[in-house]
Each structure stands twice: as C-alpha cells, then as structure tokens.
Design a protein around this ligand. Structure first.
Ligand SMILES: Cc1cc2nc3c(=O)[nH]c(=O)nc-3n(C[C@H](O)[C@H](O)[C@H](O)COP(=O)(O)OP(=O)(O)OC[C@H]3O[C@@H](n4cnc5c(N)ncnc54)[C@H](O)[C@@H]3O)c2cc1C
Length: 339
C-alpha cells in the first residue's frame, strides 16, 4: 500500500539538513508498491527524484515534484562457491550496516567502505569508493524497475558502465531506473587491501602483525571519524567535488608553478586532489553566514545550521570559479544538485 503525502519537509531526508519542502512524497517498500505508484497521476504528471539516505544530494529549492524514498529491505543468501558468496540486498538497506554484516559473517572485500552514509540502492549509482576500493569490485548484478515499462530488468556488472563516481544509472538510465536490489559477490578469503596511505599510516601506528577484516574496518572507521564531519553533528554531503583528471602536458605546466602539487598517476593522465586546489585558493575553513568549507577537509561544504540550498550552491559556484581562475580546471560536482 502506498501513501502519497503532500508538502513534506525534507530536512530529515537530506544529510545537508536543508529545510525545503517536497510537493509529494512517497515511500516504496516492494515492487508491487512501484507498480501501484506507476499508475498514479502524481507519478505520471510530475518530476521525480528517487532517494535513499539523501547523503549525495543538494536541493536548491522546494521540490515541485514527487520524492520516491526506496525502503525495499532484506539481505538474502544466493549461494556460494569455494571462494565467494553472493548476497541479494534490498535497495533500502543501510550501506554501513550491510558492510558490518559482511565482516561479521566473514565475507570480505567491502570493509574499506564502512561508514559511507546512505542506502545500498544508491551505491551503484555513483559507484561509491573509499581507501582504494570501489563497490563495483564486488558487485555481481543490479536489479531495477524500468519506469517506462514497469518491468524488472537485470544488469550485470559489465553492463553498468562503472567509472570513477559514475555509472549507467547516473547517465543513460538517469530518471529511468529505480534500483530495487543489488547483488554483491563477497570473497570468502581474507585479503587485506591496506595500501592506501591514510589506512597504512594508521595501521603502522600499532605493532599489529596481521590485521583481520574487523581490525581493518575499525581502522577505517577511526580514520574517517578524524577526518569527516558526521552529518548528525554538522550538515554535509561528503566530498562536494570530484578529483579532476588532467593530461600529462597540463600536469607538468601546473607542477612548474606548484611544485608541491599532489597527484595520482593513471597511465598518461594525472588525478589531482580537488581538496588541494580548493585549499590553495584559500577556502579551507571559510565561513559565510550559515554555510562554509569544513576546516579539516576543504572538499566538504557544510551547513552550520540554517543554510538554504541556494546558499550552499552559490558557495560551490564561487569555489569552482576561483579554482578555474587559479588553475584553469573546472571542478565537477560529485554531489547531485536538484534544481
Ligand atoms: C559524511 C559523508 C561521507 C561520505 N563519504 C563518501 C565516500 O567515502 N565515498 C563515496 O563514494 N561517497 C561518499 N559519500 C556520498 C554518499 O554517502 C554516497 O554517494 C551514497 O551512496 C549516497 O547514498 P544515499 O542513499 O544517501 O543516496 P541519495 O543521496 O539519496 O541519492 C544519490 C543518487 O542516487 C539516486 N538513487 C538513490 N537511490 C536510488 C535507487 N534505489 N534507484 C535509483 N537511483 C537511486 C538518487 O536519485 C541520486 O541521484 C559521503 C557522504 C557523506 C555525507
């Protein structure tokens, strides 16, 4: 049974904590709910946004369409081989709880992705990643509800066009697919992935010889707690911008001017931390009224209390402009801006 509500505040449905209203709001708990929703005029005649935890969204204004909150639950065992196990996970499951469940059940691979806010259904959308792991590395297939036909479709890993913070769901299938279940294939053999600098440094502080998965997961939690603001304390949506990638020639032009520029080499291209560029432009710790740039991490824009979506958006535009003026690089947003 679906219940379409009207004029609902989204303050508790977006981690920026922006108090804007949605014209219509509906929770869906199963595929029958989606089938029923498809028949309604609220769905057919309005703009639609699908949300999970609202931790990668910035609403600029009141939203005049329908918000669809996916609450499909359940983690179901699908079978094992000697080396792996497949789980079918409802799109409405909490991502962090799913990671912890896997570690508890000795299913490995995604422990570095602990503490990423949001729901499982959103994880393939921007192909979440952290500390040297992306969810695509363990994704088996995605099940989605096709809005144009009302049918369930399966896409295997290779068909999802995963890339750095991107997938088919952010491009060709944007507004066309409602992810209902995600299948992950976890490893039954523990192989730590601890080469990422921040994790390695934290592990090296202690004389532990062979960290197990729980130990690595707790290390990631500690690193994240020190670095990232919890949305329950201060409104934010994690990294606001993607790290830009430039070609070799341009990288060396930049390096001449900024010898300390950090980078990560990808064949003939260079990924540069957006945080460095923003910090160099003097934004770290900047505050204007109700919003600003987090003082421990310049990639994170924060709502100190009553910021409007428009204020945060304008701040992000000012940052983009100054980075472009200084470095000739136009930062791309990681956060999805809802107009
Ligand atoms: C403190 C903090 C730290 C973060 N750290 C990281 C990090 O380390 N790495 C990282 O990659 N991200 C990070 N993020 C970003 C965010 O947590 C992820 O993008 C997460 O996957 C978003 O999940 P969500 O359920 O909140 O999605 P939402 O914000 O609700 O939605 C995000 C997008 O997915 C779409 N969507 C959501 N559910 C569905 C569905 N069922 N079907 C189809 N489309 C859907 C929405 O329409 C929207 O386009 C961080 C955010 C915060 C606040």
């Amino acid at each position: 049974m679906i219940n379409i509500l009207e004029n609902i505040s989204l303050k508790h449905y977006n981690t920026f904590g922006i108090d804007i209203k949605a014209r219509y709001f509906v929770k869906v708990r199963c595929i029958d709910d989606l089938t029923a929703l498809l028949q309604t005029k609220h769905f057919q005649e309005n703009r639609r946004i699908i949300i999970g935890g609202g931790s990668n969204l910035l609403f600029r204004h009141d939203f005049q369409g329908i918000i669809i909150l996916v609450e499909i639950k359940g983690v179901h065992y699908q079978g094992s081989t000697q080396s792996s196990t497949i789980l079918k996970v409802g799109a409405g499951e909490n991502w962090n709880e799913f990671v912890e469940l896997c570690v508890k059940n000795r299913l490995y691979g995604i422990e570095n992705l602990v503490y990423i806010p949001g729901k499982v259904g959103a994880a393939p959308v921007q192909n979440i990643g952290a500390y040297g792991v992306e969810q695509k590395d363990f994704l088996h297939k995605v099940e989605y509800f096709d809005i144009s036909t009302g049918k369930i479709v399966i896409l295997h890993q290779a068909e999802c066009k995963f890339d750095y913070r991107s997938s088919i769901f952010k491009n060709e299938l944007e507004d066309k697919a409602i992810i209902t279940n995600v299948y992950y294939e976890l490893s039954r053999e523990w192989k730590p992935n601890i080469n990422y600098k921040d994790i390695k440094q934290e592990l090296d502080k202690f004389t532990f010889v062979e960290p197990d998965a729980e130990y690595v997961m707790n290390t990631v939690k500690r690193v994240r707690k020190n670095k990232l603001p919890a949305p329950s304390d201060i409104g934010n949506a994690g990294s606001f911008f993607k790290n830009p990638v430039v070609d070799e020639q341009y990288f060396y032009t930049l390096k001449e001017k900024y010898p300390d520029i950090p980078y990560f080499q990808l064949d003939n291209q260079y990924k540069i931390p957006a945080a460095y560029l923003i910090e160099k432009c003097g934004w770290k710790g900047y505050r204007s009224g109700n919003c600003g740039v987090y003082d421990h991490h310049s990639l994170i824009l924060v709502n100190y209390g009553n910021a409007s979506g428009e204020e945060i958006f304008q701040l992000s535009e000012n940052i983009r402009q100054s980075v472009q003026d200084e470095f000739g690089i136009l930062l791309e947003r990681e956060v999805i801006v809802v107009e």
